[in-house]
Design a protein around this ligand. Structure first.
Ligand SMILES: Nc1ncnc2c1ncn2[C@@H]1O[C@H](COP(=O)(O)OP(=O)(O)OP(=O)(O)O)[C@@H](O)[C@H]1O
Length: 239
């Protein structure tokens, strides 16, 4: 299987601290990879480095064979931040159509993306008047409208109800089935169970990179929450 994202000896300092301290990992092409870890462990920082918007101290990040943030990746990578990145004074449809146009896509692609994220009924509403969860989905629609080869999603299901979360995960799985590489951060363990692989990060270091089944087996429990706690505690004892 070829590699979509390659991180080599990545060091990122934010403030005075090394938030990522020599992290190396490869994410295979295709499939859904979950990035999990306690708050402040460096998930967003790693995603920012992969997208190419994070100043790095040293190391190398390559996406689809190109340096992170380089021009050839602009149309190939989609990024949804935790803070929705949409225009408040445009409607949902206008936002999606604007981002579609930037990527050489037409209005039909935009309308499909809006339906996909469950905002069909709110398509004519100004983003300023949407709920927080709806605004996040509007942002997601704008990121998927270009059908990126690599999709980086920073906690995309926060604030969504269980039905919508289920639908969004089904969509992530469909994107992966169509060949996209999806990297998604989450705190929710039932979501982690839906990933092909899990990267568990703690204090800027990776402590697991495996399938959900293997992570559970290694920790000796069927409960993924418990498995992560066990692996984190084992690492604390070892270090
Ligand atoms: N702009 C900044 N300046 C200084 N330190 C920062 C900055 N942004 C983040 N940090 C620190 O970097 C560390 C990693 O933050 P990051 O946002 O990557 O964590 P995270 O795992 O995504 O957390 P969460 O799950 O809460 O979103 C934290 O200790 C945070 O305080």
């Amino acid at each position: 299987m070829s590699t979509a994202i390659e991180v080599q000896n990545l060091v990122v300092r934010r403030g005075k601290r090394a938030v990522l301290d020599g992290l190396s990992r490869a994410v295979p092409q295709g499939g859904v990879t979950g990035l999990l870890g306690p708050s402040g462990s460096g998930k967003t920082t790693l995603m920012r480095a992969i997208v190419g918007v994070q100043v790095i101290a040293s190391g190398r990040v390559t996406v689809l064979g190109h340096p992170a943030g380089s021009v050839p990746l602009r149309r190939k990578i989609g990024y949804v931040t935790q803070a929705p990145s949409v225009y408040a004074d445009l409607t949902v449809t206008e936002n999606a159509r604007y981002f579609a146009a930037l990527h050489g896509r037409g209005p039909a692609d935009a309308d499909t993306a809006v339906e996909t994220v469950g905002l069909g009924a709110a398509r004519s509403q100004l983003v300023a008047n949407l709920s927080g969860g709806q605004r996040s989905r509007a942002s997601l629609a704008c990121a998927i409208v270009s059908r990126p080869e690599v999709l980086i999603l920073d906690e995309p299901t926060v604030g969504q109800d269980p039905v919508l979360r289920d639908e969004l995960w089904a969509h992530f799985r469909r994107l992966a089935a169509d060949g996209a590489t999806v990297l998604v951060s989450s705190h929710v363990m039932d979501e982690a169970n839906r990933c092909d692989r899990l990267l568990l990060i703690r204090e800027g270091a990776l402590i697991a990179d495996d399938t959900p089944a293997a992570v559970k087996q290694r920790a000796g429990t069927e409960d993924l929450d418990q498995a992560f706690l066990t692996l984190i505690r084992r690492q604390e004892v070892a270090s």
